[in-house]
Design a protein around this ligand. Structure first.
Ligand code: DAH
Length: 352
């Protein structure tokens, strides 16, 4: 076996050839720990060994070990200083012309769909509606069945559905789809909470659509739901009129017409007067010339929907409404084509 002095010499030689090649302070520190570290340093171990040598060998070995320690420490210090100097040097070389005018900072902005969602939430918030969100991938049950649209119901044809398959395996009893509207959240909320309920749910929906100026296969809706002990159609009208006034100002008019939805009874359609032409331009692109822009479906929540979530319809009633965010954004901003919202064309987005 090599003698202690030989091993000390080998350690110093290895250190002297390796340490100068290291380019990072971290690597130098790792070497220091490896050689001189208090617990497991190689040289530290040798010092311990020296303590148990026969007396006559101790002095020479101790001297050699001390000398080795001094050299290694000096070497590490020298290399660390050299790295520091290099860093200063290369910083100094990077000259910057501080007299140049600053580059313009491009500040982003909210996408018009996001801005509209926030505005809708803010306005309904002033009337006590809490904003919540729900899943974009939905089950057949919540999207259709719980809303009185069983398999085979003709209303299913109104929603051109995009079915999705589950990568973990499909459950034939629970088909999945990209939700075609935000209405399934009515049921999810009622299952979780007890009245009084006042919520608004903005979110993305999916439909198998041929796109045109007013249809997109990915769209956003806002859904509203209010359940309490004495709500009537008058409350629904009041809330939606107030919404229209806050979005379009006091000159806007609201039209309420009977409509049909399986999950509300009675159901209605609400339209806002055209803020672009005020009904005066028969060729208006925004309203198509009739002066009204269909904005939302609405109605009193169907008693069967209430029963399904365990509410007693003799005690609780409520209203619901659902409209398109892009439609609203189009009217607010005078945007002629819904497809512009998803094209990511900065010339369009920066105009907001
Ligand atoms: N979910 C319907 C649609 O996408 C709109 C709707 C109608 C929502 C009536 C409602 C409602 O909450 O009560 O066409």
């Amino acid at each position: 076996m090599a003698s202690i002095t030989e091993r000390i010499r080998d350690l110093v030689e290895a250190a002297e050839s390796q340490i100068p090649t290291m380019r990072h302070a971290g690597a130098l520190e790792a070497q220091r720990v490896r050689l001189l570290g208090r617990d497991h340093g190689l040289l530290t171990a040798i010092f311990t060994e020296i303590g148990s040598l026969p007396k006559d060998q101790r002095a020479a070995a101790g001297q050699a070990a001390n000398e080795a320690k001094r050299r290694i420490e000096a070497l590490l210090a020298r290399e660390l200083a050299a790295l520091d100097a290099d860093a200063v040097e290369s910083n100094l070389k990077q000259r910057e012309d501080l007299t140049l005018p600053p580059r313009p900072v491009r500040i982003g902005r909210l996408h018009p769909v996001t801005a509209t969602i926030r505005e809708v939430s803010r306005i309904f918030g002033t009337m006590g509606f809490e904003t919540i969100e729900g899943p974009e991938i939905e089950t057949d049950y919540y999207n259709f069945e719980a809303l009185n649209i069983p398999p085979g119901h003709p209303a299913r044809e109104k929603w051109d559905t995009l079915w999705v398959s589950n990568p973990l395996g499909d459950d034939p009893k629970m088909p999945l789809l990209g939700r075609t509207h935000t209405s399934p959240m009515q049921v999810r909320v009622m299952e979780k909470r007890q009245p009084p309920i006042r919520v608004v749910i903005p979110g993305r929906c999916y439909r198998y659509e041929a796109t045109d100026a007013i249809h997109e296969s990915i769209l956003h809706q806002y859904e509203g739901l209010a359940i309490d002990e004495s709500l009537t159609m008058a409350d629904l009208k009041g809330v939606l009129y107030s919404f229209a006034r806050q979005v379009f100002g006091s000159k806007s008019n609201v039209r309420f017409r009977p409509d049909y939805f399986p999950f509300t009874e009675p159901s209605a359609e609400i339209a806002f007067s055209c803020v672009i032409c005020d009904g005066k331009d028969p060729r208006c692109h925004t309203c198509g010339g009739d002066g009204w822009i269909e904005a939302a479906g609405c109605g009193m929540v169907h008693p069967d929907v209430l029963r399904r979530v365990g509410y007693d319809p003799d005690r609780y009633q409520g209203f619901a409404f659902g409209g398109g965010i892009e439609r609203l954004a189009m009217v607010i901003s005078g945007t002629p084509d819904i497809r512009l919202f998803a094209q990511n064309d900065l010339r369009f987005l920066e105009s907001f």
